[in-house]
Design a protein around this ligand. Structure first.
Ligand code: SF4
Ligand code: SF4
Length: 375
C-alpha cells in the first residue's frame, strides 16, 4: 500500500493520459455530479458533497477540500460502456446492390476515475450479461477491453445507499486497477493507494509515492468501516427470491402502482439495467437505412409489446416486473442479484419510491395465496 498527496492526483491523471487514456471522472454540471471528461483535479467536485433521500438530491459545501467527498450521482459508467444511443449498422441500396455496413467501435482507452465499489459490482454484472454466455455484445466487449478503473473507497455514505446489504461495498475488493482511500484529518490530507493489476502498478510507478505506514492503513480501514456502519438504508435479502415470487399477488403491488408514474427514471439511472430497443430510419431518397440502438425500460408500454398489444399494460405489472427481475429472477438468469445497492433508483424517483421499503412491506405483510392443485 502506498501514500500519495492530493497534488499527485494531477500527476495520476497526466500519467493516464500519457498512456493513451481519455480520462473520465466526476464533475459538477447543472447542480449534480455527473461523469464526463476531466483533465485535472480542478474539474473534480472539490469540497462538495451530495445530500440524498427518496426523490431528493442536492449538493452542499463541505468544510474541507475533499476531492471525492460525495457518493454517486444520477449517471453511472454504463453510459460509456453501453451508450444510451448508438448506431448498429447502415444499409445502402444503389443500382440494385444492397450493402450492409456494420458500425465498428473504434479502439478506445478510457480511464474511469472515482469508481465506487458498488459501481465496480455493477460493471461486473454487465460484463456477465454482455461478454459471457451464449451471446456476446461485440461493441460492449471492445469498449470494456480498453478501460482502466481507478476506484475510490467510500468514507462517506449517502442517505439512499445500501451496498452493505448487497455485499458490494463500501470498499472495492476487486475489479480495479488502482484504488484510493481519501483521508482527511485536522491537519493532514492524503490518499492510500492499493494496486489491483499490472496496469495499475505501471501507472503508479510513474508518479511519486511513498510506502504507507501500518497506522495509516489501519486508519483508512477504520474510516471505511465507519462508513459501512452509517449506511443510509438496508435491504433484508434473506430468501428474497422466494419471498417476491410467492407474493406475486400481494396488494403492495397495487399500492406502489398508485404512486408510480411509470416514468422509467429508476431504470435509466440504474447501473445494471441494460434493456434496449432498436429504431430503424431511412433517408428521403430511400437509398440509406440505419438501425439505432437506444436504452429502453420495462416501464414503457412499448417494451412488452408483442403482436396484439402490450403484455404489461398496467403500472402494477411493470413495477412488479422491474423489482422481481432485479431481486429474484436475475439470480436464475445471471446467478447474482441485479441490484448493487447504489440507491440511485430511490434518489431519482420523482415520487421517492424506495425499493428497500417495498421489499420490507412485502416481507412484513406476506400475503401468500397458495395455488390449489387440481385433484
Ligand atoms: S435497483 Fe436501484 S439501488 Fe439497485 S442497483 Fe439499480 S439503481 Fe442502484
Ligand atoms: S418507481 Fe419511481 S422512478 Fe421508477 S417508474 Fe415509478 S415513478 Fe418512475
Amino acid at each position: 500500500m502506498k501514500i500519495i498527496e492530493p497534488s499527485d492526483i494531477n500527476s495520476l491523471i497526466n500519467a493516464l493520459q500519457k498512456n493513451g487514456y481519455k480520462t473520465l471522472g466526476p464533475s459538477i454540471q447543472e447542480g449534480v455530479i455527473i461523469y464526463d471528461e476531466i483533465n485535472s483535479t480542478e474539474d473534480l467536485p472539490i469540497g462538495w458533497t451530495d445530500i440524498q433521500d427518496g426523490g431528493k438530491y442536492r449538493l452542499e459545501k463541505r468544510s474541507d477540500n475533499a476531492l471525492f467527498g460525495y457518493v454517486v450521482g444520477p449517471q453511472s459508467w454504463k453510459k460509456f460502456l453501453n451508450p444510451p444511443i448508438q448506431k448498429l449498422w447502415q444499409a445502402k441500396f444503389k443500382n440494385k446492390n444492397l450493402e450492409i455496413i456494420p458500425e465498428e467501435v473504434k479502439d478506445m482507452k478510457f480511464a474511469f476515475i472515482g469508481v465506487r465499489a458498488c459501481e465496480i459490482s455493477a460493471i461486473q454484472i454487465q460484463d456477465k450479461i454482455f461478454t459471457q454466455g451464449q451471446y456476446i455484445n461485440p461493441n460492449y466487449q471492445k469498449r470494456r477491453e480498453g478501460i482502466f478503473i481507478l476506484a475510490v473507497n467510500c468514507v462517506v455514505t449517502g442517505g439512499t445507499c445500501f451496498c452493505v446489504s448487497m455485499d458490494t461495498g463500501p470498499k472495492a475488493s476487486e475489479g480495479f486497477d488502482l484504488s484510493l482511500t481519501e483521508i482527511i484529518t485536522n491537519d493532514k490530507h492524503y490518499f492510500l493507494v492499493e494496486t489491483g493489476s499490472e496496469k495499475g502498478i505501471q501507472i503508479l510507478s510513474e508518479i511519486s509515492s511513498r510506502d504507507a505506514r501500518e497506522n495509516e492503513i489501519e486508519f483508512g480501514n477504520q474510516l471505511i468501516q465507519n462508513a459501512a456502519a452509517k449506511m443510509g438504508r438496508s435491504l433484508n435479502t434473506s430468501n428474497i427470491k422466494e419471498l417476491l415470487l410467492k407474493n406475486f399477488e400481494h396488494p403492495e403491488w397495487e399500492n406502489v402502482a398508485k404512486r408510480c408514474l411509470s416514468c422509467a427514471n429508476c431504470t435509466m439511472v440504474c447501473p445494471t439495467c441494460f434493456c434496449t430497443t432498436v429504431e430503424d430510419t431511412t433517408d428521403l431518397s430511400g437509398e440509406i437505412a440505419e438501425r439505432w440502438q437506444k436504452w429502453d425500460s420495462c416501464f414503457t408500454m412499448d417494451f412488452s409489446y408483442i403482436h396484439g398489444g402490450s403484455i404489461r399494460s398496467s403500472t402494477k405489472s411493470r413495477y412488479r416486473q422491474w423489482m422481481t427481475h432485479k431481486l429474484a429472477s436475475w439470480y436464475d438468469q445471471f446467478d447474482s442479484s441485479g441490484c448493487v445497492g447504489c440507491g440511485r433508483c430511490i434518489t431519482w424517483c420523482p415520487v421517492g419510491i424506495d425499493i428497500t421499503a417495498e421489499v420490507q412491506t412485502i416481507r412484513e405483510t406476506e400475503h401468500f395465496q397458495p395455488v390449489l392443485k387440481e385433484e
